[in-house]
Design a binder for this molecule. Structure first.
Ligand SMILES: *[C@@H]1O[C@H](CO)[C@@H](O)[C@H](O)[C@H]1NC(C)=O
Ligand SMILES: *[C@@H]1O[C@H](CO)[C@@H](O)[C@H](O)[C@H]1NC(C)=O
Ligand SMILES: *[C@@H]1O[C@H](CO)[C@@H](O)[C@H](O)[C@H]1NC(C)=O
Ligand SMILES: *[C@@H]1O[C@H](CO)[C@@H](O)[C@H](O)[C@H]1NC(C)=O
Ligand SMILES: *[C@@H]1O[C@H](CO)[C@@H](O)[C@H](O)[C@H]1NC(C)=O
Ligand SMILES: *[C@@H]1O[C@H](CO)[C@@H](O)[C@H](O)[C@H]1NC(C)=O
Ligand SMILES: *[C@@H]1O[C@H](CO)[C@@H](O)[C@H](O)[C@H]1NC(C)=O
Ligand SMILES: *[C@@H]1O[C@H](CO)[C@@H](O)[C@H](O)[C@H]1NC(C)=O
Length: 739
């Protein structure tokens, strides 16, 4: 199948030899060890860009023993209709070829054909890409050389009047010196071998500067070559007993840029350890009134990673790169990127772009470059941001973590050695205000341990036909900063969940009375909420916890009281909302609303006068909603305020919907964030006529967790550790230019 495809493509390319379709290409390689019969396994990552997605380079052996292709995999990386010259599209694909190479001696692979797209510095010109590989064992690493990790966007563009610098990413996993130069050997590593004027290339830093050219609908084509050189003298040892020696690159000042195509005795022993092609197209667009990034040209803003940032990834864990750009005088249109096969991108509802990639075990220990730019449009004009490239390091070890699901909690254990320099003091759950959510309580010297109730700490609940999934995450949190914002210096995110099948039996923990909730808040200290049911309007003796679950007849009154106990005496309690649902999880939908935004919603609700301002007493009639479920809980969202303060939520009382109730997050002086308290379960007494005219048209399945614990699954669903460069400017408020 793969072979037929390649053959077909080759025929196509040959038959279209005079057509102009080629826009760029790169290649890197990875040594993957030996086969049982001693062959060297090498993966070639070949990227190429054409004016359609169906074309690919055809690589053949140019020199030495290149072995046989054992496997090939091809896919589209990205495509865009913002394409140069007369093309409708550019499309970049990657082909990963695995070759079994018989010897560790140097060899060269080449892709060669005609033609480049109509370019201003190449007319119907051939293209030539050359990859030089040497698998001899390095005297410094005791391993074969690893190629530099290079990547670029295949199509770059800039307005004529806006000088710009492209720092081509040149990460070398062996720490070698990486140099870039224009192809020199006509028909071997370049076709046109042109060095466009108006640009300056610094070969030592691989920096390409655009400074001055006229605009044109045709692009410039760049045929560059990237090489790596050891930092000191080393030898390469071959299995046949021979050796070669390699020396550091000559420092520049030498006439590199002007080197004329030399015809010196073929490319026999290149001084570098490897040689890779880096070809791309470059469009110089019409001038723009302002070159200031953020006006026409999109400007990257936080949390977009910096150029050259390293992102630490783990096998089988999704890596997420969030990109945000702004332009006040043009409309952000799209992101373009180049990265490993299966990299995808999507746009969030908040207009961030998210590039995701999930490394597999094949990628372990290697490094992958992902380059991206954002494009905006204004009328017929297309504006491209800077190009940024990040290096994804695929980690040798996963975060060692365990999730154990029990009837009412998730227990997460993470080895501290997985993330040196972070401790439980720096970590928190989604909502840490309830003190049972503290990660300090159970952690020991080797593990961060959290025991998370299914109904608090911000646990999210998701339901489908068969399963209930409870999700939470542990993230880094900067406990020194005043506003508890997460720093990006060392960001850890461990997402986990427990999934329970919905068939099973009810057990004790799902029928038991809920204990008081203790929370801690800055400025308010530790305080406790107690939510209890009472038998009558006297509110004297709470119903004994032994009687739970409580049974009610339809229409009989349910008396409830919430009381806060605080060491501060000038505080008051406010009940924002209450609802009934089959779980005491605030995120469960649908729920039956009782109080919302401080207003009575159920018509039978009566609020009774409290003994003091940290108490809330109310009652309502038992409702048919209970009967629709085996049992329900009453959950309320409550908060505390400084008594008598004017602009607190407590002083505002009942507020109509949409009146911007700033729930959580935003810290408001004089009040706490919202806390969840719940009590139950309540059941309908058997005699009640059940099936008769349900009040609400809900068709919820009965759900019991406990009987199915055997089948419960606990998972870490995503881990990311970023060691981004420390950015001095943290969380400046962003002006949003887009509507
Ligand atoms: C462009 O790429 C997407 C996937 O990223 C693919 O679905 C689409 O078919 C491609 N466009 C063309 C013209 O092949
Ligand atoms: C830029 O190019 C224009 C025309 O190509 C030329 O007149 C001008 O002198 C150049 N400027 C610089 C700084 O090279
Ligand atoms: C890309 O994804 C496909 C389907 O999920 C998978 O079979 C393939 O191995 C992946 N390729 C790479 C290089 O990750
Ligand atoms: C903040 O971190 C310090 C140690 O770095 C720890 O002693 C302290 O308890 C932490 N504070 C909070 C609120 O977690
Ligand atoms: C810490 O807790 C983990 C998980 O329960 C356990 O395996 C480990 O032995 C404990 N370490 C110490 C030092 O107690
Ligand atoms: C529930 O428990 C009863 C008795 O304990 C058992 O007979 C029944 O099979 C259980 N049902 C399920 C779905 O596990
Ligand atoms: C609730 O409180 C009682 C008495 O203080 C205690 O025995 C019980 O373990 C608590 N239950 C939970 C789930 O914390
Ligand atoms: C509130 O606390 C203050 C100081 O702790 C005390 O002087 C005052 O009497 C208290 N008021 C009440 C009503 O308890």
């Amino acid at each position: 199948m793969a072979f037929t495809l390649v053959l077909l493509l080759q025929l196509l390319l040959v038959s279209l030899a005079s057509a102009s379709h080629h826009m760029g290409g790169t290649a890197t390689y990875t040594y993957r060890g030996k086969t049982p019969d001693g062959k060297y396994i090498v993966d070639f990552h070949n990227r190429d860009t054409y004016d359609r997605c169906s074309y690919s380079h055809y690589w053949s052996c140019y020199q030495g023993q290149c072995g046989l292709k054992a496997n090939t995999q091809r896919g589209i990386i990205d495509n865009s209709t913002n394409a140069p010259s007369n093309e409708k599209l550019w499309c970049e694909t990657e082909t990963v070829d695995t070759r079994y190479v018989p010897s560790d001696k140097p060899f060269q692979m080449r892709a060669a054909s005609c033609c480049w797209i109509t370019a201003r510095n190449a007319f119907a010109s051939n293209w030539r890409l050359l990859t030089s590989v040497d698998l001899g064992t390095r005297s410094d690493t005791q391993e074969p050389n690893r190629s530099p990790d290079i990547a670029t966007l295949p199509v770059l563009r800039v307005p004529q009047n806006c000088p710009r610098t492209y720092k081509l990413t040149t990460f070398d996993p062996d720490g070698d010196k990486v140099r870039c130069h224009y192809g020199k050997i006509k028909n071997t590593d370049c076709g046109t071998c042109d060095q466009p004027s108006g640009f300056h290339l610094n070969p030592d830093s691989c920096t390409l500067q655009y400074y001055n050219a006229s605009s044109d609908y045709r692009s410039y084509v760049f045929e560059m070559v990237v090489e790596d050189f050891p930092r000191g003298h080393i030898t390469l040892q071959y299995s046949d007993g021979s050796q070669s020696s390699k020396s550091p690159a000559l420092t520049t000042a030498a006439p590199t840029a002007t080197a004329a195509p030399t015809a010196t005795a073929a490319p026999t022993t290149p001084a570098s350890l490897s040689k890779l092609p880096l070809h791309f197209s470059f469009l110089v667009d019409k001038p723009v009134p302002s070159c200031q990034p953020g006006h026409y040209l999109p400007k990257f803003v936080s949390p977009t990673p910096e150029n050259g940032a390293h992102i630490h990834a783990k096998v089988d864990m999704e890596v997420e790169i969030r990109v945000r750009a702004q332009s006040s005088l043009s409309k952000i249109q799209d992101i373009i990127f180049s990265g490993p096969l299966n990299t995808t991108n999507h746009r969030t509802t908040h207009n961030d772009f998210v590039i995701t990639w999930t490394p597999t075990s094949d990628h372990l220990g290697n490094h992958y470059v992902i380059c991206f730019a954002v494009e905006s449009v204004s009328g017929a004009y297309v504006y491209q941001s800077d190009m940024r490239c990040v290096v994804v390091d695929v980690g040798k070890k996963q975060v060692e973590a365990n999730v154990i699901c029990s009837q009412s909690t998730m227990r997460v254990e993470i080895e501290k050695s997985s993330f040196p320099r972070l401790s439980e003091d720096d970590l928190r759950l989604t909502d840490p205000s309830n003190i049972v959510c503290s990660l300090k309580t159970h952690s020991n010297s080797t593990h961060v341990i959290g025991i998370i109730p299914l109904n608090s700490c911000g646990t999210q609940i998701e339901e489908d036909e068969e399963f209930l999934k409870f999700k939470n995450e542990i993230t880094t949190f900067d406990n020194n900063s005043n506003n508890n914002l997460i720093t990006r210096t060392n960001l850890l995110e461990v997402q986990f969940y427990c999934q329970y099948p919905k068939r099973g039996n009810v057990t004790q923990s799902f029928t038991a009375h809920r204990n008081a909730t203790t929370v801690w808040e800055k400025g308010f200290g530790k305080f406790t909420y107690q939510f209890e049911f009472f038998p009558n309007v006297q509110f004297q003796t709470m119903i004994d916890p032994h009687y739970y679950p409580l049974e009610y007849d339809l229409g009989s009154r349910i008396y409830m009281q919430i009381k806060a106990t605080s060491s501060l005496n000038n505080t008051e309690l406010f009940v924002e909302s209450c609802s009934a649902a089959p779980y005491d999880n605030p995120n469960y939908m649908p729920a039956y609303p009782i109080i919302q935004n401080g207003c009575k919603v159920d018509s039978t609700v009566i609020i009774h006068s409290p003994d003091h301002q940290r108490q809330f007493k109310f009652s309502m009639e038992a409702f048919k909603f209970i009967g629709l479920h085996d049992q329900v809980y009453i959950s309320c969202s409550v908060l505390m305020c400084q008594a008598g303060e004017p602009n607190t939520r407590c002083s505002q009382g009942c507020m109509a919907m949409n009146q911007g109730s700033n729930r959580r997050k935003r810290e408001t002086v004089g009040q706490t964030s919202s806390h969840l308290v719940s009590q139950g379960p309540l059941r309908m007494r058997r005699s009640a006529e059940r099936a008769e005219s349900p009040v609400m048209n809900l068709n919820l399945n009965l759900v019991f967790i406990a009987g199915c614990l055997v089948a419960a699954v606990g998972m870490i669903s995503g881990v990311a550790v970023y060691k981004a460069k420390i950015s001095r400017v943290k969380y400046q408020p962003l002006a949003t230019f887009e509507d």
